[in-house]
Design a protein around this ligand. Structure first.
Ligand SMILES: *Cc1c(COP(=O)(O)O)cnc(C)c1O
Length: 393
């Protein structure tokens, strides 16, 4: 059985956990600090603040920018539901904008047309690791004085050409970028997240809020030679990452380049084997983008039944998933408020490209330990299945 994804964890990660357990300090402490420093230096940001997961990081990011009750935040419905949920955590309203059909990412023109007097921020997504059109979004964000937050959950190790230089996602290019270390992403700490920013003021808020707004951290108090009482200046959260997780993260970061290189080679292999296949369109990198290929997502011709293809792959021992969900189509958003802007805004609700991408695309297995032979087998199986399908036209 070939799974869709599998984390790559080695003896090094295992040993790092043992040493933390033996140290006697297991929650947020020196290992978290070490992980943050390494992360910031790799992506090129001034600050990196570790949190319990990407969703809690997005919540803090929007809160720190002052997003509150009845404000609107422009984002993609075509994303993992956590993106829009983080907006609802602030009691704000997601304004869903349609995606571009080539990149699965927000269409900047539609973002601009969705701006109202209630808009408080833009939350873009580097979907499946493919950098979105940050340069265009940055121009809009400056023009309308709206902060830009990057949902970079999938995008550690992805790069974009920015002002003619290749830069890492997370530098950040907006005000704030937030990453995930869930096992489906590029590197993992089990669960975990990281916020990057160049703002001292924002970083300070994140550090405070993630630990109940405790004025002095328990680790700092633990080290002090004088008795110190802590103060709680406002309501905070428990969004801490633990030292156990951070130790794993630090080891994973050392392997980031190697992991991304392997993923890029595997994606290349897929694209070579699947190109020119009737019924399948392979994903493409733009000239300004280098994806880490967090997911390798092919489009399936709309005349074909995606679910049936997935079932036949499964019968051949190959896991796959349908394309990224659309939040507005989930039961939760039947009652949650949102607004939207699609290409065909005369129609009742039309996020046409988002829904098309959800319904007619397929994510194929891609992970560090997948072999080139396995990719070949997956492609053989897929080609066999698709060529046996009946096309209507
Ligand atoms: C995975 C993912 C998230 C949520 O990340 P967690 O670390 O599980 O909270 C948010 N946004 C996107 C785009 C994701 O893919």
């Amino acid at each position: 059985m070939i799974p869709l994804a599998k984390p790559s964890l080695t003896d090094k990660e295992e040993q790092s956990v043992t040493s933390v357990i033996r140290s006697g300090w297991v929650t947020q402490g020196p290992k978290v600090e070490e992980f943050e420093k390494k992360f910031a230096s790799i992506v090129g940001s001034k600050h990196a603040v570790a949190v319990s997961n990407c969703t809690s990081g997005l919540h803090l990011a929007l809160k720190a920018l002052g997003v509150g009750s009845n404000d609107e935040v422009i984002t993609a419905s075509h994303s993992y539901i956590a993106t829009s949920n983080s907006i609802r955590y602030c009691d704000a309203i997601p304004c869903f904008v349609d995606i571009q059909n080539d990149s699965f990412n927000l269409c900047p023109k539609l973002v601009e047309s969705a701006i109202t007097e209630k808009t408080k921020a833009i939350l873009c997504v580097h979907q499946m690791g493919m950098p979105c059109d940050i340069s265009s979004l940055k121009i809009i964000s400056k023009k309308y004085d709206l902060p830009l937050v990057e949902d970079a959950a999938c995008a550690i190790g992805s790069k974009l050409l920015y002002n003619n230089k290749w830069e890492n996602i997370g530098k950040p290019h907006g005000e704030i970028a937030v990453f995930s270390f869930h096992p489906r992403k590029i590197i993992t700490t089990g669960d975990g997240g990281m916020i990057t920013t160049n703002s001292d003021n924002l970083a300070e808020k994140f550090r405070l809020w993630r630990q109940h707004s405790m004025g002095i951290s328990d680790f700092k108090r633990h080290e002090k030679k004088t008795v110190t009482y802590e103060k709680y200046s406002e309501i905070g959260y428990n969004y801490r990452l633990t030292d156990i997780q951070a130790a794993i993260g630090t080891e994973q970061l050392k392997r980031l380049d190697d992991i991304v290189l392997k993923r890029r080679k595997l994606a290349d292999h897929y694209s070579k084997l699947l190109k020119d296949t009737r019924g399948i369109t392979t994903p493409k990198e733009g000239l300004n983008n280098r994806s880490n290929w967090q997911s390798y997502c092919v489009r399936i011709n709309e005349e074909l039944n995606t679910k049936e293809i997935m079932q036949k792959l499964l019968d051949d021992g190959i896991s796959s998933r349908r394309g990224i969900m659309c939040s507005h189509l989930e039961p939760a958003y039947k009652t949650e408020p949102y607004s939207w802007t699609g290409k065909h805004s005369d129609q009742p609700l039309n996020l046409f490209e988002s829904e098309r991408a959800r319904n007619h695309s397929l994510i194929l297995p891609l992970y560090y330990d997948l072999s080139f032979d396995e990719v070949q087998n997956i492609c053989c199986s897929l080609l066999k299945i698709v060529s046996a399908c009946k096309f209507l036209k």
